[in-house]
Design a protein. Structure first.
Length: 261
């Protein structure tokens, strides 16, 4: 397992991100305070420059956290939109199955119900082994669905069969778009850069607090606030590991309507 995979696994555990962030950033603040003890006095010009650097670093940290939160939120919204798109595509194709011969239409509807069940399970799956089984079953059903509309369309090429084939193409494409959206995460380099800025900001804050003889309890405020922010970003960015997840309401509602008498 390489470093990128380790970081990805870590991000998929938001509370672990929180705990490690609190420990690491608090340690960085204490290191800054220890460094300040070796500099009991600073010239006015040096102190002024230090304040500017500290303010700039804290501002940059706020911008990076805000930008990362925006990235995670946009990706979450994208996953929600594609869930709705999938439900619409499957529901439309279920109706378009009437355009096929009766026997083929019944087969397509049965396959679509089974396929819809797998899509709901995809959103609710937690374990990697379960997800692999779902993906394998989904691939099998996709092949069966395409064959179910391809054969009658080739035997009787007409506009109605072509419409059913186009609808099935939308069903298969929507699954690919969904999978791409779930793979679209905040880049690892972004997390590394954000962590580096956070550590630097806490070291500077610890140095400033130590030089100003501030209470040690104040050193915990920034690490705690930043850690909560990282927890929220990791929770939203993780499709399966976080508490803020995409609930397949549209797919579940469609499944209930298709199984209704």
């Amino acid at each position: 397992m390489n470093a990128e995979q380790v970081i990805t696994r870590l991000i998929d555990e938001p509370w672990l991100v929180f705990v490690l962030s609190v420990i690491g950033l608090s340690l960085a603040a204490w290191i800054g305070k220890l460094i300040s003890r070796r500099q009991p006095t600073l010239e006015a010009k040096v102190l002024e420059d230090f304040r500017v650097i500290e303010a700039a670093t804290l501002t940059l940290l706020g911008l990076i956290i805000g930008f990362s939160f925006s990235m995670a939120l946009n990706r979450y919204d994208q996953r929600k939109n594609y869930e709705e798109t999938e439900a619409n595509a499957i529901g439309t194709e279920f109706v378009r199955a009437d355009l096929l011969p009766a026997a083929d239409a019944a087969k397509v509807r049965t396959l679509l119900r089974n396929y819809l069940e797998q899509r709901v399970r995809f959103y609710e799956a937690m374990g990697e082994q379960e997800l692999q089984q779902i993906n394998a079953r989904t691939a099998e059903l996709q092949s069966a669905l395409w064959s179910a509309v391809q054969i009658p369309a080739m035997q009787q090429p007409n506009p109605m069969n072509a419409l059913a084939v186009a609808g099935m193409n939308d069903v298969l494409n929507s699954q690919g778009y969904t999978q791409a959206a779930w793979w679209n995460r905040i880049p690892i380099a972004g997390w590394v850069f954000m962590a580096a800025i956070a550590v630097a900001a806490n070291v500077l804050l610890g140095f400033s607090a130590g030089y100003a003889k501030a209470s040690s309890g104040l050193l915990l405020i920034l690490p705690l606030v930043v850690s909560i922010s990282l927890l929220l970003i990791a929770d939203i960015d993780s499709p399966r590991g976080g508490h803020i997840r995409v609930i397949p309401r549209n797919l579940v509602s469609l499944a209930q309507s298709l199984h209704a008498p």
